[in-house]
Ligand binder design. Structure first.
Ligand SMILES: Nc1nc2c(ncn2[C@@H]2O[C@H](COP(=O)(O)OP(=O)(O)O)[C@@H](O)[C@H]2O)c(=O)[nH]1
Ligand SMILES: [Mg+2]
Length: 324
């Protein structure tokens, strides 16, 4: 068994799932060893294609992810799966885990599944998933699927991580129109109407198509999001979904948008890391000096306002760190 981060990095590059699991735990704990390991892995990342699967709870994302993985494996590609569930206090992807444990995917050494809850990760879903994606990438997975619940911020966050974002909708939930309004049009590269065996699937497809057309007229983005139908439980429509994802990938590459997207991601990520580390350093210093604690009473009694305090603390910190 490897003992240090260097060994772990080497073992991950050889494809060891166990070493990857250990590194992800370090990342979750913000263990210093994680950073050393990530530094060594970084040059080996950026090869995997990242696909986001988002939609309401119960839409069939886990079932779909499972079925899509089978199609991708048939194409000879290795798959990494990240199941993110912000609502669960445990590992939210338990459903996916259970489902996969029951399927042949559990036996497949070329599939790696990681469930994670966003709680406990400072910086939220995008940061956490972004790091795990890098690990699975270095592990040699060709395609990484990220399942997230499309509520609140998370459906927007997924765009920061995924190259292609698939939005899953189902007939009869009555949330279609609402979701279409809530910025889904902007984030969906591919739509999936799952549970197409239920009544109302035709109408939902027509509704989404109409919105897509309107959106294209409004913005002329060069890519028209296709609307796929699927019955994930029966494995129906998954080959077509994979073709849609592949053609979006081709569009991104041919138009130069792939490079643009990745470039933005790298820049945003670097900024987020600097932000996180600066904040950590400042917080540690404030805790040591008791500076913030001492000011709280004054803030409460309005003798001091937080705007001035913020400026003062930053100025003090800058001048103290310059002297070092
Ligand atoms: N009828 C039908 N049920 C489905 C389909 N896909 C998934 N389900 C069921 O919907 C439920 C929720 O699926 P799950 O994949 O856990 O949804 P998630 O919460 O979005 O991950 C499960 O009972 C699935 O068996 C489908 O295409 N048709
Ligand atoms: Mg699920």
């Amino acid at each position: 068994m490897a003992v240090n981060p260097v060994d772990y990095a080497a073992r991950i590059l050889e494809g060891s799932h166990r070493a990857a699991a250990r590194l992800i735990s370090w990342l979750e704990d913000e263990d210093e060893r994680a950073y050393e390991c990530m530094r060594m892995l970084y040059p080996h990342t950026g090869r995997a294609y990242v696909v986001g699967i988002t939609g309401s709870p119960g839409a069939g994302k886990s079932t779909l992810t499972n079925a899509l993985t089978r199609v991708i494996r048939k194409n000879g590609l290795k798959v990494g799966i990240v199941a993110v569930d912000p609502s669960s206090p445990f590992t939210g992807g338990a459903l996916l885990g259970d489902r996969v444990r029951m399927s042949e995917l559990a036996e497949d050494p070329d599939v790696y599944i990681r469930s994670m809850a966003t709680r406990g990760f400072l910086g939220g879903m995008a940061k956490a998933a972004g790091e795990v994606v890098k690990v699975l990438d270095a592990l040699g997975k060709d395609v990484i699927l990220i399942e997230t619940v499309g509520v609140g911020q998370d459906e927007v966050d997924i765009v920061e991580v995924a190259d292609t974002t698939c939005v899953v909708m189902v007939p009869g939930l009555g949330d279609a129109i609402q979701s279409l309004k809530a910025g889904i049009m902007e984030i969906a590269d591919v739509f999936v109407v799952n549970k197409a065996d239920h009544v109302g699937a035709d109408m939902l497809c027509a509704e989404i198509c109409a919105r897509v057309e309107m959106d294209v007229q409004l913005r002329d983005r060069g890519w028209v999001a296709p609307v796929n139908r699927a019955v994930a439980v029966e494995g129906v429509g998954l080959e077509e979904l994979w073709l849609s994802i592949e053609s979006h990938r081709k569009y991104l590459l041919d138009s130069g948008k792939f490079y643009e997207k990745r470039r933005e991601r790298v820049s945003r990520e670097a900024l987020r890391m600097i932000h996180g580390d600066l904040f950590r350093v400042v917080r540690e210093q404030l805790e040591r000096s008791g500076r913030l604690e001492a000011a709280v009473e004054e803030l409460m009694s309005k003798k001091l306002d937080p705007y001035s305090l913020m400026r003062d603390i930053v100025t003090e910190w800058l001048s103290s760190s310059r002297c070092k």
